[in-house]
Design a protein around this ligand. Sequence first.
Ligand SMILES: Nc1ncnc2c1ncn2[C@@H]1O[C@H](COP(=O)(O)OP(=O)(O)OP(=O)(O)O)[C@@H](O)[C@H]1O
Ligand SMILES: [Mg+2]
Length: 241
Amino acid sequence: MIAARGLRKSFGRTTALDGASLALPSGRVSVVLGPSGHGKTVLLKCLAGLLRPDAGCVDFDGRDVTDMGERELYSFWKRVGFVFQESALIDSLTVEENLALYWRVHGSLSRSALREKVAAVLDTVGLAGLGSGFPEELSGGMKKRVAVARALIKEPAYLLCDEPTSGIDRRNAGIMKDLLRRCGREGSTTLVVVTHDVQLAREMADHVVGLRKGRVLFEGGPAQLTEDRLDRLYEGVDNER
Ligand SMILES: Nc1ncnc2c1ncn2[C@@H]1O[C@H](COP(=O)(O)OP(=O)(O)OP(=O)(O)O)[C@@H](O)[C@H]1O
Ligand SMILES: [Mg+2]
């Protein structure tokens, strides 16, 4: 269970989170939905301990992430895979090297075991055989899948994904949704997806959160996604739905 209470975060005069509280169930797919610029990425980073909120707490399986020191955060991050909105792959490393990096730093796997792990995770994301190329040779959608693979190779208990389907074509978006669904449903992974894509929420979510102006407007099962609530969530920015 990830439970956040009263999260506040400002950057200068911009308030990104304005007292957001939510409770995301373990072993399920949670989707945080909301318009652009309303705090989704900041929220996800606060949940993952990548950003420290100005106020509020994040209970992650009984520990407050906002209260962790550097050492505890590093061991916490071993259990949490994070897919950044912009993929954030390392351009100077091949796809395989990007994927192997975590285990090179944290593990004591043999070369052949690591090679097998990398090949297996590339296969999982439908990119078998593309490991020797560099990220710049890939489409945006493929890069996002490599970013998911890089998170999955840690075998995380939690997978936090920022806009996994935005800015990519429909085919790649479909592949991504299938992939995330498999991670969320078949595995023991708790999946948290942040998106502005209502369709993705309808297709994937066991649990939904509507975030507007840094506050939670609604939260609960997928039945929460009524036209009325979505109208309020996207009021004034309806073209983003
Ligand atoms: N590091 C930062 N420095 C300054 N302002 C920031 C920073 N990060 C976020 N913000 C601001 O906080 C607000 C919320 O940003 P956030 O990235 O969380 O939005 P979002 O909902 O993820 O949007 P999008 O759907 O476009 O990704 C925005 O006004 C943004 O400009
Ligand atoms: Mg964002």
